[in-house]
Design a protein around this ligand. Structure first.
Ligand SMILES: *[C@@H]1O[C@H](CO)[C@@H](O)[C@H](O)[C@H]1NC(C)=O
Length: 591
């Protein structure tokens, strides 16, 4: 559990969070004294009021808006608002001519306080109904005992569907009936890796979960779940779904969902899970629903709907789509209906969902584009042996490159180059021998683009693509071997192309310090050995240069005087290897 917070005073935290809501949604107002967020317009419709302790944001205050809640009443963190706060909301903050539905989660304090306010409002002649949501399947009947089932994230589905129906002008009786129908058909369960820390409270003691342990069924106020276990995500999801869906488990068997039902899935972030992890969790849930339960949800909502402060956990809710009867809209239509509330984050429209399954099957991309042949000829076996020598040399210097990069960079340069080199070697083994230089270069480009990432991967890829372009522009009218002059011209134009994408110049402590002298010398002398030696001199010269570009600027500390730039060193070794390989190949009479 982390007890780090930006706001430590719990009163200030709740107040300022409530005050933020009208800033983001001008259609609502804040009665800060009574901690009520309510809609400004009092359109003639059934009003829906909800609320509870704070700490569950965006529930409930950020669900106030057209098509959702009419008013939300907040308590302090994890504590119910008072009956008087709720009474003021019903009587003075929402439209009450067509009646008011109060939706509350099944916690003792909430049921008592909201219930008392409902009775008081009825006593003065207002039509008010109340629906209590207890969707949590985290704790079985035996263990749950008198506490009963609590309300958790599935409650927002009740809010949303009832809110949409009220906005359509249904009467109180209908809105209440449908809200109850949704509540009766919703089952949820949460799990967490840690308890949450309540700002302003002492840090709790030894009951904290151990590394790797997850509490299955934990409530949204740190309530104990049914068990603690070390398990991976698939194992966790399996247990959670089984608690929700298994009819064999007599202690639970809370839901009637079968594979013949239409089901809505809601995967909810308890506040502290990164969006990318929630994505992975959602995918796991969807796959297990399909594979283990033959359930393919007709709607999948994933995001942050009802939190437990910064809870390091998630909950899964399943709603069985039940027949709404005479109200003139299905549960799905009501769920999809637009709502203007800052906390509601389900943006996919009914018409888009209706096209689900109609989309064309995902097709695998064809690997490799058609490369137009050229007139530039190479000897395939010489090209292969030269490249093999060069790439093996690059691989052999990986430890040095890594060491340099650990001193001045983030340490991944050597591995990146090695991975690229190994992938090209693999390609050379498997690809068809080509005597067309452009086919060969394009084969290398495809490997580099897939196997190398980061800045140096991009630089190599741009450079090689520009090289291919330069070679093609200098391709003769009839088939001919590639001569150094063609290489030089093509290399110069690819250097120019590179300049469009990186401002790096010789002297900036990058691989340019090796590449520039190589190209310049090759243009001047036509001799690859001289050119490779010039690259080596350039790379050595980076020792002591201060980096002004690239990652070294941020991470490079001390030590840059002692080591060369790792990228330049790697490139120089590759070029020396090319020169060597060519010499060896030629002398062995491969040509
Ligand atoms: C709410 O909890 C009580 C026990 O406090 C239980 O009797 C009741 O069935 C629960 N209601 C719902 C809707 O789950």
């Amino acid at each position: 559990m982390s007890s780090k917070h930006f706001i430590h005073d719990p009163t200030h935290l709740v107040t300022s969070a409530l005050l933020s809501i009208p800033h983001t949604n001008p259609s609502v107002q804040c009665d800060i004294e009574n901690k009520i967020i309510y809609r400004r317009t009092s359109s003639p419709q059934v009003s829906i009021v909800s609320g509870g302790g704070s700490g569950h944001e965006p529930s409930f205050a950020s669900f106030v808006g057209a098509g959702l809640l009419s008013g939300a009443v907040a308590g302090t963190i994890f504590a119910s608002p008072s009956a008087e706060q709720v009474r003021r909301c019903i009587l003075h903050r929402v439209a009450k001519d067509k009646g008011v539905l109060v939706v509350v989660m099944n916690y003792t304090g909430d049921v008592l306080n909201f219930g008392m306010a409902v009775e008081k409002a009825r006593a003065v002649g207002i039509e008010v109904d109340m629906v209590v949501v207890g969707d949590d399947a985290g704790v079985g009947r035996a263990k749950g005992g008198k506490v009963g089932r609590r309300g958790i994230a599935g409650t927002v589905l009740v809010h949303k569907i009832a809110g949409a129906l009220a906005a359509k002008g249904a009467n109180l009786q209908e809105v209440t009936r449908i809200a109850q129908l949704v509540a009766d058909n919703t089952v949820s369960i949460g799990s967490s890796l840690a308890h949450v820390h309540v700002p302003g409270r002492r840090e709790p003691g030894e009951d904290e979960l151990k590394e790797g342990e997850v509490e299955i069924g934990m409530g949204i106020h740190n309530e104990a779940g049914s068990e603690r276990r070390k398990t991976d995500l698939p194992g966790l999801v399996k247990t959670m779904l089984s608690h929700c869906l298994s009819t064999a488990d007599r202690d639970r068997s809370f839901s009637k969902i079968t594979e013949n039902d239409e089901v809505v899935l809601l995967v909810n972030n308890l506040g502290g899970v990164s969006p990318i992890e929630l994505g992975g969790i959602t995918n796991e849930v969807v796959e297990q629903l399909a594979n283990e339960f033959k359930i393919k949800p007709v709607r999948i909502l994933t995001g942050t709907f009802m939190t437990s402060l910064n809870g390091l956990g998630f909950s899964v809710s399943l709603l069985r789509i039940a027949n709404t009867g005479s109200v003139g809209a299905t549960m799905l239509e009501l769920l999809d209906a637009p709502a203007e509330a800052s906390g509601w984050s389900a943006g996919i429209s009914t018409s888009t969902w209706a096209r689900q399954g109609q989309a064309k099957q995902h097709e695998e991309l064809a690997v490799g584009e058609e490369v137009q042949p050229s007139n530039l000829r190479v000897d395939p076996s010489l090209a292969k042996s030269t490249l093999t020598t060069a790439l093996n040399r690059l691989i052999s210097v990986e430890p040095d490159v890594t060491r340099y990069d650990t001193i001045v960079g983030d340490g991944d340069c050597g591995i990146g180059l090695k991975r690229g080199a190994e992938s090209i070697l693999e390609m050379l083994e498997t690809a068809k021998d080509a005597d067309d230089l452009l086919i060969l270069v394009n084969n290398i480009i495809q490997v580099v683009e897939v196997s190398m990432d980061g800045t140096s991967g991009a630089i190599y890829a741009i450079f090689l693509n520009a090289l291919a372009h330069g070679l093609r522009q200098n391709s003769p009218a009839s088939p001919q071997p590639v001569v150094p002059q063609i290489w030089a011209k093509a290399l110069e134009s690819s250097l120019q192309a590179l300049g469009k994408y990186t401002p790096a110049q010789p002297g900036d402590r990058t691989l340019m310090d090796a590449l520039f002298p190589f190209v310049q010398t090759l243009s001047k002398t036509g001799n690859i050995e001289d050119a490779a030696k010039a690259a080596q001199v350039g790379a050595k010269g980076t020792k002591g240069m201060k980096a002004i570009l690239g990652r070294t600027v941020y991470v490079g500390g001390e030590g840059f005087q002692q080591v060369p730039d790792p990228g330049a060193h790697g490139l120089a070794e590759l070029l020396l290897g090319l020169s060597d390989g060519l010499k060896k190949g030629t002398s062995q009479g491969i040509v």
